[in-house]
Ligand binder design. Structure first.
Ligand code: NAP
Length: 305
């Protein structure tokens, strides 16, 4: 019987593991399909406090992992395919193992949706980004592009005009689905150019030199063109990794785990959630880490009652 099983190994899960292991709870952390989470898809992280020169995303995650191991967390490289949160002790299944536990910390994160072309993945962190807040700063005075037509794309596109000389919004249809007010803000921004009915077919560039352009296609005429940009922000939505919890715990209409305000407590006593799986708004490494700390402390208190 475990005191705590942590599901997911981004900043939230690993911070929970650091705190829980220092509290002598001997947590078991199951890493999941993307060990280290979304930060392993980035290169330089400049906004995580404590690193005045910045730190590489994968290195930051590796250090958090080492820190958790140092204090005695057990980490397994596997993914959880089933849980039973309906009765105690809770059951968590990974590989061919089933483990019983008094508390569960859900930190399975969310994944940015991608267009699905090979070059997009190859150049992720080398000119392709899924986070304007994280990477906008690197594009000062440069021409860039944003894909998407929802509120995220409007918000990121408008935000990026603070840095970029020109923001090309690329949308596959001839109207945006974003709220009118956010659309208006984008329409009125002189730095934003809109490319309707357009798909990105290829991202041009290399890991060494970064992105220098996009191969575009007009979906109505079939005409192709090259747009010279130095960065591509993919803003076509996120999906929370909550499939295995459906029907067992309260999720919101988008599939994010519901937590009580100011807390990591979920609708199930003894189950806590932290990081992007319960946060469709901030999605930052530092907020995820902060909520991981909350989950470990709340779980520890819950166990001692
Ligand atoms: P979203 O509303 O689902 O919009 C996704 C956009 O990406 C759509 O325009 C969609 O095109 C496009 N898209 C999807 N798959 C694509 C693909 N494979 N290739 C090219 N384009 C693709 O997602 P979101 O913008 O992230 O917003 C999610 C939720 O958060 C929404 O409820 C939104 O209102 C909310 N949100 C609110 C704010 C705010 O109020 N400040 C900010 C961000 C998000 P189609 O339109 O053709 O389907």
């Amino acid at each position: 019987m475990r005191n705590m099983v942590i599901i997911g190994s981004g900043p939230a899960g690993l911070t929970a593991a650091v705190y829980a292991s220092r509290a002598n709870l001997s947590p078991l952390l199951i890493e999941g399909k993307e060990p280290g989470g979304q930060l392993t898809l980035t290169t330089l992280v400049e906004n995580f406090p404590g690193f005045p020169e910045g730190v590489m995303g994968p290195e930051l995650m590796d250090n958090m992992r080492k820190q958790a191991l140092h204090f005695g967390a057990e980490i397994v490289t596997d993914y959880v395919h089933k849980v039973n949160l309906k009765e105690r002790p809770f059951k968590v299944c990974y590989g061919d193992q089933e483990v019983e536990t008094k508390t569960v910390v859900i930190s399975t994160g969310s994944s940015a949706k991608l267009i699905g072309i090979e070059s997009e993945m190859n150049l992720m962190g080398h000119g392709v980004s899924t986070c304007a807040t994280c990477d906008g700063f690197f594009y000062r005075g440069k021409k860039i592009a944003v894909v998407g037509g929802g509120d995220s794309a409007m918000e990121e596109g408008t935000f990026l005009t603070k840095f970029a000389s020109e923001v090309n919004m690329i949308h596959r249809r001839d109207s945006f689905r974003a709220s009118k007010i956010m659309q208006e803000r984008a329409f009125q921004n002189p730095k934003i150019k809109i490319h309707w009915d357009t798909e990105v077919k290829d991202v041009l560039g290399s890991k060494e030199k970064g992105v220098h352009g996009l191969q575009l296609q007009n979906v109505k005429t079939g005409a192709t063109s090259v747009l010279e940009v130095e960065g591509l922000f993919v803003a076509i939505g996120h999906h929370p990794n909550s499939e295995i919890f459906k029907g067992q715990i309260d999720l919101d209409e988008m599939g994010y785990v519901k937590t009580r305000p100011g807390s990591s407590r979920t609708s199930v006593d003894g189950v806590f959630a932290c990081g992007d799986i319960q946060d469709p708004i901030f999605r930052q490494a530092i907020t995820a880490a902060g909520s991981g700390c909350m989950a470990a402390i709340e779980a520890e208190r819950w166990l001692s009652h």
